[in-house]
Design a binder for this molecule. Structure first.
Ligand SMILES: O=C(CO)COP(=O)(O)O
Length: 159
């Protein structure tokens, strides 16, 4: 079966970056046909790990697009890409033990991923399930709810 090119969002908080790096290194070959889009610092870790691994095995490393660092707007940029339907899968290893200065952005990113029905992993086990799913290798279009009623609702502003 042809490997459908996907855009995979990869994001990890500092205490989870090692987990994400391990996951990327374990799945490096599976990731080659796809494009990674990452928040800034996560992108550095992912890019370096994939480049080293691919170089070792004489393979071309996949493209890694780096957005701004999460606390500097990267989570919001990622959310915007999801709203534009440009992300197929998101692996977001957020830190359940430490508050983040940009907690509202973290929540917003998780919310928008849920709204757009993006397959989302917030831990390595779920990331393993996603990448080993047959659907990962297919042209999968997640069902999107129709919000037409909401968009065309009457708003009474003359009270
Ligand atoms: O803060 C983040 C996600 O909320 C991740 O940002 P960095 O990848 O820049 O560390």
């Amino acid at each position: 079966m042809e490997k459908r090119k996907k855009t995979i969002a990869l994001v990890a908080h500092d205490n989870r970056k090692q987990d994400l790096k391990d996951w990327v290194l374990f799945n490096w070959y599976e990731l080659i046909p796809h494009t990674m889009v990452c928040t800034g610092t996560t992108g550095l870790v992912v890019e370096e790990a994939l480049e080293k691994k691919c170089e070792k095995y004489d393979e071309k490393a996949p493209e890694v697009i780096r957005l701004k660092s999460g606390p500097l707007g990267g989570d919001q940029q990622m959310g915007a890409l999801i709203a534009e339907e440009k992300v197929d899968v998101m692996i977001f290893l957020w830190d359940p033990m430490e508050p983040q200065p940009h907690d509202v952005d973290v929540k917003a990113l998780l919310r928008i991923a849920s709204l757009y029905n993006i397959p989302t992993a917030t831990n390595k086990a779920t990331a393993d399930f996603i990448i080993s799913s047959p659907l990962f290798h297919e042209d999968y279009n997640p069902e999107r709810k129709n919000y037409q009623d909401y968009l065309s609702r009457k708003i009474d502003i003359n009270k």
